[in-house]
Design a protein around this ligand. Structure first.
Ligand SMILES: Cc1cc2nc3c(=O)[nH]c(=O)nc-3n(C[C@H](O)[C@H](O)[C@H](O)COP(=O)(O)OP(=O)(O)OC[C@H]3O[C@@H](n4cnc5c(N)ncnc54)[C@H](O)[C@@H]3O)c2cc1C
Length: 539
């Protein structure tokens, strides 16, 4: 294909694969899809449990570090992001959660018509090929396979759910169905035991159909403008600087770090900041990189009198058995996420909405440092973990480029625990997990609390432990926030960058607020909706 296309999509991640594939469905449409990383045809990407390895692999991962975070006692946070076809969807933990109706009604009520639950539900349904059937809620026959693992999870998951029931918490048969509140089993994005990223589910079939030129190892360095109209992209590939032209539009799908980074590199952002770096400001838009949100979680580890995944994934014999199980049946622990059970609950009985997400993982890694492929090195004894994060934190962070060189990582400040609201919800989560851990039948198999140890006992100890050990759930969002006010937001409700033409952002960065659950499924939805709007506006 030549250097001129109808659309240029920057970033072949979760959203970018959806946008490019849907755009190319219209006959004769030519789409250039630029991806800074390389191919995702690697065992540790396609094998579901392989995300334990890609977590620290710079050949497929941007491996960002944030600035020291005051709310975390001055610790910085390690932020993996996929740098590979499929993006973060190629290295994530595959948990499939859409979020709750009120998440999207909030988006609409913040001045974004067309983004309420009734508007986005059809997009979730059309994206999906779900094992679970609930007419009007779940989709069958769409590109994205969603696997029901409820019959295959580790047996201890059921003890966790029963302990919640004993406390009066509801049970959810399907976090993505009409009864999403309560404890239950997560669904995951796999197909026949293989990772079902949007690269596998959307992009590969679309490339076979034609119309998409996927360029890998191609890092966009600047959006090219004529006046205030985006007309193309400058990018670096194999040491050379190249340009490509877009007749219709340029769509940024670089994710919550790279989309605002690329806008700032292109002169779109806070003029004073950009001028200070020697970049000519093209358009004043102070919201670029601001408004960042993320989920912050902590894990508590318990010894178990019953075997856990540690006993299956740790010893050499167990590893060999798991590998054989996978080779023969595409089944067993290698075909799944370790995040198997969890839930969405109210931290106080009077809470208006669910506000805590819980996790139960039948695995532990108290001895392995964060940097050492933890899933491959679980503790050499039976143990499991409980974890929680607040669903809708109110703290907001920011991101700023440090240099006009696109190769330099931006400065990231997530500002975790910056609000009283978030500290109060941390207290609720701590209390919730401590109640579940002493409820039967879970308590019956607990041999002791491993981390934090018995020295953590008072309310102040627990919150200090949270500050010392809590970390990202890898859900940064909202850095190119959608909203009507260009003084705060970056894109309008049709994802057009305020004040510019032929330029949209379509990825997790546009979320006005982070959704209550994991962010991959809502990012797929954003991709679906973006493609629909691009097609409508082209006619
Ligand atoms: C370790 C981990 C575990 C996670 N677990 C879960 C989970 O279990 N469930 C869940 O729902 N969510 C999970 N997430 C979050 C989820 O994967 C993300 O929210 C989602 O993938 C974001 O999609 P995106 O399209 O916004 O960005 P990405 O998928 O990150 O895509 C951005 C793409 O753009 C490319 N790119 C960046 N800059 C440029 C440039 N200048 N030029 C060209 N290409 C560029 C990147 O290389 C990347 O491929 C996890 C994330 C991580 C990192």
């Amino acid at each position: 294909m030549s250097g001129e296309y109808d659309y240029i999509v920057v970033g072949a991640g979760t959203a970018g694969c959806v946008v490019a594939s849907r755009l190319a469905e219209r006959p004769g449409t030519r789409v250039l899809l630029l991806e800074a990383g390389g191919s995702d045809m690697r065992l540790m990407i396609q094998l579901p449990i392989g995300y334990g390895r890609t977590f620290f692999d710079s050949s497929v991962n941007w491996m960002y570090d944030t600035d020291p975070v005051p709310g975390l006692g001055g610790r910085s946070s390690y932020w993996p992001r996929g740098k590979v076809v499929g993006g973060s969807g190629s290295i994530n933990a595959m948990v499939h959660v859409r979020g709750f109706a009120h998440d999207f009604d909030d988006w609409r009520d913040a001045g974004n018509p067309g983004w309420g639950w009734d508007d986005v539900l059809p997009m979730f349904i059309r994206a999906e090929d779900s094992d679970i059937v609930e007419p009007g809620w779940r989709g069958q026959g769409g590109p994205q396979h969603v696997t029901d693992i409820s019959g295959k999870v580790h047996p201890l998951c059921h003890r966790f759910i029963a302990a919640g029931q004993a406390l009066g918490l509801p049970v959810s048969p399907d976090f993505n169905g009409s009864k999403g509140e309560g404890l239950g089993i997560f669904q995951i994005t796999t197909r026949d035991g293989r990772r079902a990223s949007t690269a596998n589910e959307y992009l590969r079939p679309a490339i076979r159909r034609g119309g998409i030129d996927l360029q890998t190892h191609a890092q966009a360095t600047r959006v090219l403008f004529e006046g205030k109209r985006a007309v193309g992209i400058e990018y670096r590939q194999h040491g050379r600087t190249k340009t490509a032209k877009a007749r219709a539009e340029v769509v940024l799908c670089g994710g919550s770090i790279a989309s605002p980074q690329l806008l700032q590199l292109s002169g779109v952002g806070d003029g004073a900041h950009l001028t200070g770096l020697g970049i000519d400001p093209l358009h004043q838009l102070p919201g670029v990189g601001a408004n960042m949100q993320d989920h912050l979680a902590v894990s508590y580890f318990y010894g178990s009198s019953e075997p856990t995944l540690n006993d299956e994934l740790g010893p050499l014999l167990g590893k060999a058995r798991a590998a054989l199980n996978y080779a023969w049946n595409r089944g067993g622990p290698l075909s799944m996420s370790v995040n198997q059970a969890g839930g969405f609950v109210r931290g106080t009985p009077g809470a208006e909405r669910v506000n805590l997400q819980l996790y139960f993982s039948p695995v532990s890694y108290t001895k392995t440092p964060l940097s050492e492929r933890r899933l491959a090195n679980p503790d050499p004894f039976s143990a499991f973990l409980l974890s929680f994060n607040a669903c809708r934190p109110t703290s907001r962070g920011w991101l700023k480029i440090r240099s006009k060189d696109a190769a330099v990582q931006p400065q990231i400040q997530p500002n975790y625990l910056d609000t009283e609201h978030d500290i109060a919800e941390a207290r609720q989560g701590i209390e919730m997990l401590n109640r579940i851990a002493v409820a039967a039948p879970l308590v019956d198999i607990i041999t002791g609390r491993l981390v934090p140890g018995p020295e953590v006992s008072s309310e102040d100890d627990w919150i200090e432990d949270f500050r010392q050990r809590a970390d990202t759930v890898y859900h940064p969002s909202s850095t190119c926030m959608m909203g009507p006010d260009p003084a705060r937001a970056v894109v309008d409700h049709r994802l057009r960058v305020h004040g510019l033409e032929a330029l949209r952002v379509a990825d997790s960065s546009i979320f006005p607020t982070v959704t209550s659950g994991n962010t991959n499924a809502p990012t797929v939805m954003v991709g679906e909706k973006a493609a629909q709007m691009l097609r409508e506006d082209a006619t």
